[in-house]
Design a protein around this ligand. Sequence first.
Ligand code: UDP
Length: 362
Amino acid sequence: MTVKALKLLLVSTPIGFLGSGQGGGVELTLISLVKGLLELGHEVVLIAPNGSELPKECEGVEIRYVSGFDQPSWQHQDYGSPVIIPANGVLPMLWEKALDVGKEDFDAILNFGYDWLPLWLTPHVEPRLFHLISMGAVSKVIKDQIMKLSKTQHSRLAFHTHVQASDYELSDTPTVVGNGFDLNQYKFQSKSDGPLGWAGRVAPEKGLEDAVAVAAHFDDTLLVWGLIEDENYARTIEESYPPGTIDWRGFLKTNEFQDQLGKCRALINTPKWNEAYGNVVVEALACGVPVVAYKRGGPGELIQSGSTGWLVAPDDLDALISATYRVNEIDRLKCRNWAIDSASSKGFAKRITSWVQKDIME
Ligand code: UDP
């Protein structure tokens, strides 16, 4: 299908500003998509919380800023929790602005926040709202809203992976768009005798403790990159192992992150939830680093066991350790090539625009 140039309004996550790391993988997803859309000649305007920044390659994209308090993140609330919007919340501010700006001649408004309000708004407003769902079903109220929308406007929903979409009982086959990365930013590194690494938000659903257990087994140090979201959780893990087992590297900009990550012999990925995608898995592969992971959520769909890393049964620590012994059997170039073939920002932007275009033409 040929895709005409689209004019798209993108709405960022109501958690943190772009560049803070609080938005998790959504931040990089949004930035990669903007790059891919620009490369394809589409026009983009972004609505985002104050302080948000786009890298210089996205110059020319207009950002309309809004202020307000963050939403509490859904992955840290009970499944049955109600929707809570704080006074002066940034979520309604984002959507007031989006609906106002969206009256201009935009083809579509694309939502990147995992929240109830934009889903609920969809059938009630004139602009066409599309939702790239960024998590599995971590909240009943959101799951119900997604399923309700699927009954009437299924084509407005897209997911990162099939396994993520399977969390929702949808009325039709899901649109699965994967994800995309500016692969020029990730340098291939061929040396395979480096340390073990782990990356992600440091929070219980990411299962850092199991990766530390692997490093401890090898009497090795685990390099850890990412925002420490839960200090108590981080401290408890640290105190459970000999000093020096974890080397906290902090939350780095992509350029520095990929340079350090690329020196690893493997990335250990240990999700405890139905991870929607797993950006760090693909970032490691893009540098040529094999990934040893639990076969759960997105990583279970992305990694080709025996070719780009090893997948083992979820929560099976012994299997994780055994697989880590075998990372040298993986050809690092195959990892890089998989990322080029399956997860470029341009390919991702093409999948997103076909999804939108298909709905517009219906
Ligand atoms: N990340 C980063 N710098 C770091 C460590 C991580 O920018 O030092 C980013 C990484 O690029 C990825 C995100 O943090 O985009 C984590 O996303 P992922 O999809 O792995 O998990 P999520 O946080 O969305 O659950």
